[in-house]
Ligand binder design. Structure first.
Ligand code: CDP
Ligand code: CDP
Length: 220
């Protein structure tokens, strides 16, 4: 029997990973793993409990005992719907800080592997193809210029009725990129054998079509 297929989609913030991974999973009838949500859930938990954000051991314990579930598009943490709450910029920034701790990453490993269920899974994050699913059948690294990504985040916020400053968004994005790229463990780099796709001038649908085409070509 062949192993359950994994499509790994990694890339920097606002490269379109979530959008593309979700749509690819829908098209193929696969499960979907939003690994960033797990780091965000741990961050939200820590912020609410007032956990010392430099206490690696305490943070890892939080990660290991996360009471979370994914129901349709909703993300539940200890019976509370936190789908919106985990998207706050503060939560994202905290997630990217605690994601530099080895013990935190290790604590979230089992949870992530559990998403590999028949008929397959599309997983998005930073290290899906490099660390979590090194034997993924397809690895994609999405990128886009900092300007294009800031523009996308800006639009997402405005659409939600949240005011935003382009200048702040650009600064935040660059800080997050630096942290994710330069950390020593599971840094943000294309996995070996990954297809790199620059989506600066592509629509989300065009990026989805390209990923599906790569998937269809496997084994041919
Ligand atoms: O998950 P990640 O942070 O990489 O990005 P996202 O949350 O999926 O956000 C990307 C945003 O850019 C969404 O509003 C998409 O509709 C839009 N977009 C995209 O995902 N891909 C493109 N090629 C162009 C726009
Ligand atoms: O939506 P965005 O791309 O900004 O972030 P996300 O995918 O929700 O992840 C939030 C943070 O968690 C990122 O900035 C990463 O530092 C971290 N992360 C990680 O280290 N490894 C992953 N597989 C996924 C997220």
């Amino acid at each position: 029997t062949s192993p359950i297929p994994v499509i790994a989609i990694d890339g920097p913030t606002a490269s379109g990973k979530g959008t593309v991974a979700h749509r690819v999973a829908d098209k193929l009838g696969f499960h979907y793993l939003d690994s960033g949500a797990l780091y965000r859930l741990t961050a939200l938990s820590a912020l609410r409990r007032g956990t010392d954000l430099s206490d690696e051991h305490a943070l890892a314990k939080l990660a290991e005992h996360l009471q979370c579930s994914f129901q349709g598009g909703d993300i539940i943490l200890s019976h509370e719907n936190v789908t919106e709450a985990i998207r706050a910029e503060e939560v994202g920034n905290t997630a990217s800080k605690i994601a530099t701790f080895h013990a935190v990453r290790h604590a979230l490993l089992g949870l992530q592997l559990g998403f590999r269920k028949a008929p397959g899974v599309v997983a998005d994050g930073r290290d899906m193809g490099s660390v979590i699913f090194p034997n993924a059948v397809l690895k994609v690294f999405l990128t886009a210029s900092v300007a294009a990504r800031a523009e996308r985040r800006y639009k997402q916020l405005i659409d939600k009725g949240i005011s935003a400053s382009m200048e702040d968004l650009l600064m935040d994005l660059q800080a997050r990129d630096d942290r994710d790229t330069n950390r020593t463990i599971a840094p943000l780099v294309p996995a070996e054998g990954a297809h790199v796709l620059d989506t600066s001038n592509l629509t989300a649908d065009e990026a989805v079509a390209q990923v599906l085409q790569w998937y269809a070509a496997i084994g041919k």
